[in-house]
Design a protein. Structure first.
Length: 358
């Protein structure tokens, strides 16, 4: 079997010769650390790293749902170890010059209805750059692929949170719900229009969504608002996908997702990713939702930091989940720089022993 056949087999609860050996990627600082521990200096990014370690892979089709044009990144003020910048989303924030960190947000590009009217001009579905110049070549490549291919279906809440900030969108949900609904309706129509050509011309295996709308205790929006604002709009997109044979909808959301899982399932989104173990219990989700739910990820990154004993313990949990089907394990986010190359190699070895025995 090839990776595409295994991927679809696992998520459709069909027999496979083995579960795909996938991973999610690495912080830039992680690869830099590992180069000091024996990783070749030529390994500079997620793609080259995953080819180096020999993982299976999937791809997401080349439709561009981003803002076009993006904002020009600009340094507004130099503060020694920090800078105040405008990023490519148009957000003004303070960041460290060196290393990854959470920015201190100062101002967002969408804070008023007037801002939105200006901003959404960058979300023109008819913008030619939505499709790459080599689209016809990609279509030919994808016809003969042996790996899973997904189409990007974007976001409703997550994009707005990025463009507005958590506080601003929370206030808008409470005080200006009609405006939030208007923005989500625009985004729904935008996604449907952009992906329509791709759906007609390419045979995709799945769809990918991004929301990041939960923190460690639960969602940043009430389930009642989620049901009213988002479920009907998700359904419009997943129904269109289903018309083209796409049944697997993979949702990327960090944090504790448990209160939103039943609503995503109702909306046709049925694969949760990356299932952060510190906040979400994978076994509990499978107990509650059974074969309706699929999981991608769910391996506790903290076990890789701790070392072999904790990795072994985590792999025992993975062994309990795998026979239930609908589960492809990998680290529950990008691998952080706290993880040594030695520990990561041990994790790969142990995971592959388990995958080959299933």
């Amino acid at each position: 079997m090839n990776t595409k056949e295994r991927f679809l087999g696992v998520f459709n609860y069909q027999p496979v010769d083995r579960v795909p050996d996938l991973e999610f990627g690495y912080w830039e600082e992680t690869l830099q650390r590992w180069q000091g521990e024996g990783l070749p200096e030529s390994i500079q990014d997620n793609w080259t790293a995953e080819r180096y370690f020999g993982f299976d892979f999937y791809k997401v089709g080349g439709v561009n749902l981003g803002i076009i044009p993006s904002f020009e990144k600009k340094i507004i003020e130099d503060k020694g170890e920090h800078q105040i910048i405008r990023d490519t989303n148009g957000t003004i924030c303070e960041v460290k010059k060196e290393g990854a960190s959470i920015p201190r947000y100062i101002k967002f590009p969408v804070e008023t209805k007037e801002d939105w009217e200006t901003f959404k001009k960058r979300l023109n579905p008819d913008e030619p750059q939505r499709y790459p110049d080599n689209w016809e070549e990609l279509k030919q490549e994808w016809k003969n692929r042996d790996y899973p291919l997904g189409i990007n279906c974007g976001s409703l809440y997550g994009w707005l949170r990025n463009w507005m900030g958590v506080e601003n969108i929370s206030l808008a949900l409470a005080l200006q719900p009609d405006w939030v609904e208007e923005m989500m309706e625009y985004l729904t129509n935008f996604v449907l229009k952009v992906i329509d050509r791709a759906l007609e011309e390419v045979d995709f295996d799945c769809a990918f969504w991004w929301e990041d709308m939960c923190f460690n205790k639960g969602p940043l929006i009430s389930p009642a608002m989620f049901r009213d604002f988002m479920v009907p709009r998700y359904k419009r997109i997943t129904s269109r996908l289903r018309e083209k044979g796409i049944e697997l909808n993979i949702l990327d959301c960090d944090g504790n997702i448990e209160k939103l899982v039943p609503l995503w399932l109702e909306a046709g989104i049925n694969v949760m990713f990356p299932v952060e173990t510190a906040h979400t219990n994978s076994e509990k989700l499978k107990d509650v939702y059974g074969k309706d739910l699929r999981l991608l990820g769910g391996v506790n990154k903290r076990a890789l930091i701790a070392g072999p004993e904790e990795i072994d313990r985590e792999m025992e949990r993975v062994k309990r989940l795998l026979p239930r089907g609908g589960y492809i394990p990998h680290v529950d986010h990008r691998v952080p720089p706290d993880v040594s190359l030695e520990n990561y190699r041990y994790y790969i070895k142990r995971k592959r022993e388990i995958l080959s025995s299933e």
